[in-house]
Ligand binder design. Sequence first.
Ligand SMILES: Nc1ncnc2c1ncn2[C@@H]1O[C@H](COP(=O)(O)OP(=O)(O)OP(=O)(O)O)[C@@H](O)[C@H]1O
Length: 279
Amino acid sequence: MSAPRASATTIAIENIGLTFPSKSGEPTVALADVSCRFAPGKVTAIIGPSGCGKSTLLQIVRGFLAPTRGKLRFVRLGSETDEQATRDVAPPHMATVWQAFNLFPWRTIVDNVAFGLEVAGVPKAERLARARKALAAVDLTGFEQKYPRQLSGGMRQRVGIARALVMEPELLLLDEPFGALDAQTRLVLQEQLATLVERSGTTAILVTHSIEEAILLADTILVMTARPGRIAAEIQNDLPHPRSMATTHDPRFSALFDQIYGLLRQEVIRAMATEGGDA
Ligand SMILES: Nc1ncnc2c1ncn2[C@@H]1O[C@H](COP(=O)(O)OP(=O)(O)OP(=O)(O)O)[C@@H](O)[C@H]1O
C-alpha cells in the first residue's frame, strides 16, 4: 500500500535562528530562537501570523535552508529516565505537499504521481502500480490518464497528496496544503488527510493559517510569535480520533479554538504594528 511509514525519529529544533541577508537595507530576521520537537508518529501543526517564519522553519527541516544559528537534529530518544541514551540518526525519508499544486501540465495524472519514483529509479511497472494505489487512497481512481488542466483545484491538490504518499515518507511536510481551495473542498480533504495520516502512524508537520485545520489534524499545535518567529505556546490536543466536522461541535474544540485564537490575535496585532513600522 502506498502510504506514509511509521517513523521512530524525533526532529529536534535547538535554538534555531535564521536571518536572510539583503543586498539593500536591513537583513530580515525570519526566525529568532526557536526550540521545539516534532514527535514520531504525531502530527504537529505550526500556526502564526503571516511572515513569522513558518515556511522557513519547514524548509530548514526539509534541508533546503541552513539555519544561521542553532541546530537541527534527527534523534532517537533515550528512555524518560535516560536522556543520555538519546542518539543522532539519519534524517527520515521525507515528502512535501505544497500549496501551489506544482504539477507538470504535460504529464498525465498517473505520470505526475509516479515522477518521484522515476527519479528514484523504480522500474516502470512498479512505479505505475504504486502511483495507481496512491491515487486510489485519495479517491482518484479513474483519473489516471487525465491531464492536470482537466481536474478541479481540489482534485489537483489530491494529486499533490498522492504524489507525496507514493514516496512512502516517514515524515510528511505540509505547507498550507489546502490554502488555495474553497471552504467545502478544504473540509473534505482535511478529513481525508486526517484519516490517511492517522492510519499510517507517520510523523507530519503541518503549516497552516487555519485554527480549525490545526485542531482537526494535529496532536500538538505550536503557536508562533510575530516575526522574528519564536514558539509562543505548545498546545496538546487530546480530542479523540477519528476527527471530522462533528468534532467542531465538541465543547473541547471551542475551548482549544478560543485559546489559540487568543494567542494568535495578540501576535497578529503585533505583526501588523511591525509591518506598519517598516513601511
Ligand atoms: N528567500 C528569502 N529572502 C529574503 N527574505 C525572505 C526569504 N524567504 C522568506 N523571507 C522573509 O522571511 C520572513 C518569513 O517568511 P516565511 O515565508 O517563512 O513566513 P510564513 O510565516 O510562512 O509566512 P506566510 O504565513 O505569509 O506564508 C518574511 O518576512 C519573508 O518576507
